[in-house]
Design a protein around this ligand. Sequence first.
Ligand code: ADQ
Length: 746
Amino acid sequence: MSSSTRLIVVSNRLPVTLRRQAGGWKITASAGGLVTAMAPMLKRTNGLWVGWPGEATGAGDATRQEAIDAWAGGSHYVIVDIPAKTAELYYEGYSNQTIWPLFHYFPSLLSYDPRSFPAYKEANYRFCKAVLKHARPDDLIWVHDYQLMLLPQMLREAMPDARIGFFLHIPFPSSEVFRLLPGRDELLQGVLGADLIAFQTHAHLQHFRSALLRISGLESQIDEVEVGGRSVRMEALPIGIAPDEFRKLLETDAETGRYKEQYRQRFRDRRLLFSVDRLDYTKGIPERLRTYRHLLQHAPHLRGKVVLVQIAVPSRERVASYARLRRRVNEMVGEINGQFSTPDWTPVVYLHRGVSRPQLVALYAMADVGWVTPLRDGMNLVAKEYVACNEGHGVLVLSELAGAAAEMGEAFLVNPFDIERTAEVIQRALDLPVNERRERMDALRRRVEFNNVYKWGDRFLQQLEKAAASRARRPAGQPGLLDMRAVVSAYQDARKRILLLNYDGTLAEYTGRPEQAAPSQPLLALLEDLSRPSKNYVALVSGRRREDIEKWFGGIAGVYLAAEHGAWIRPFGSKEWVERVQSRSNDWKPRVIELLEQFVERAPGSLIEEKEHSVVWHYRMTHPEFGEWLAAELIGILEGMLSETDVSAVLGQKCVEIRPLWIHKGQVVEEILKAHGDADFRFAAGDDRTDEDMFAQLSPEDWTVRVGKGETRARYYLPNPAHVRALLREFTAADVPDARPASASV
Ligand code: ADQ
């Protein structure tokens, strides 16, 4: 990282807790791997941590931020306030009752309140505003985890050139499970706003790619995906721990030493099995207790000889499934202890609370078996912490469903649902000769120490810098990147301006189905603002059906609308549509549609869009390789079939469009120029082959802009629709508003 680069960390929770107390605020820092990893980087770069304090207390009270600044010795923590009701729907609702269960493969525990997704959006937007208030163009913005999946795209919209990274701490599930999520498309689009998206394991990354393909129709390479002309990098970067912090406690902390001695005495004649988890249904606590009961039943010689210490740290207690789990675990512990205890032996020591770090570290150090068997986990740091702290006599029994299993092959890997087999493995672990235990533990420890959390953080930021740099570089063989300042200044100086804009892929991103691409309210407002100055002549030149264009943009009085590549137009200042091509025969259509219907049969998910003068076969939602293959075949058949007509088939963006040769966007431009050729600022933006006809009508000194990569005759390019929207906003900002005369028309 260069010395001027500053890091902005954004996570749901700030790593501090705030409590009001007499005369001010009580602030306590939270411990944890993430804070440990981020702290040195934030310090080095004079960075910021943006997050929610966890409750609404003190919103609008300036003394709170002052207290936190004074406590932190500078303004390093930025508080995001979320109103209580929104917070409940965002955090306990969509984050923890919808995304969390689903991403951990518990669809049966998913509950979805339709109000929760808007609240999630609103909360993400509040984070966005907080970041924007502080962000500078050179910052590296690092967004963490599943509560903030919409944030990268929100930031990208506002700052198209920002350097944004996203890390998902929890698993990304199989696309078959992911597809059950209400809001799935938005979440995918949301994270794709980042330059780098990183996961705990390769498996999660692969699932993400498969969701991109199956749900958004986006093909990707192993570590890269193109979205609207921008490339997004994808990486597997498993998080680590801070081994030095644990070592320090073990080597120099007196309290940790005292606890160790205490536990050594207490468990002198017994083997210690140790588990610590948040009390969460993903952690497999009931399955572990059932396994333990099975072990005591089937290996009676272990009775009185082993103790399971289970610490369950209270978590999300207001969510019903967690309350149920708590009762269930209490009952199971009671049953086991009731069944097997003797006056001098209690088989399960159960603590439903957190313990201090020294206590935790002492237990890690002493435990004979680290029993870490989540039913699903992004990584699981307990497994790594146990290895870092253990004195070398212990054995790690680890669930193969934890992300950590991918890196910890020397552990005993188990399927936690398979109770009998796991019980056998626990027994084997206890019986393992000491030299083998040491060998395994040493190998694991070396890896945990090497792949520590500091490396993880550095690696993430390096990859983010690389990804952002390659986005900013001009793609090979392409026109030059449009210089925003130059074009805005030309716009400002002009006496009369023409702006020709395509819609799909230019002003708005592509979606799975054509009808889902309705313009957002801010986009409509932007177009309205743009068409307001009397010297502006804004034309929306689209290949879409007239109905869509009328429905979406009909309300904007000043704009010129062209649908179906100009077969229909609505001139400047007019409310009436004019059919520019009449009396041509459409009798090729039934034959073509019949053929396309066969292709729809063959490629489930593909669809036919019929317009007045053309027909389109869309295959964005089909299996991609199969779709490309069928498209090539279709064009071949159509070329033969239409050879005697003036109709042709053209390959578009994931579609094949069949239309008469004499309908094209160039004609629209020609007509507009006939009436307004005196415009001294001419701007056209488009993203696909049909827009090339538009560019062809303009001269080399005009502002022609291709959106995204690809062959073009345009003079400039912009990476994606967000850049176009940002540019249009700049245009409107440069204008002094005035009224447009109603009479202007082509
Ligand atoms: P978690 O689901 O919270 O994290 P985990 O990785 O096991 O799960 O981390 C638990 C952390 O809490 C450990 O660092 C542990 O030391 C700490 N802890 C336990 N008891 C404590 C106590 N009493 N007081 C303070 N701290 C205590 C999510 C994902 C995981 C992923 C992590 C990090 O679910 O899969 O590994 O993020 O990316």
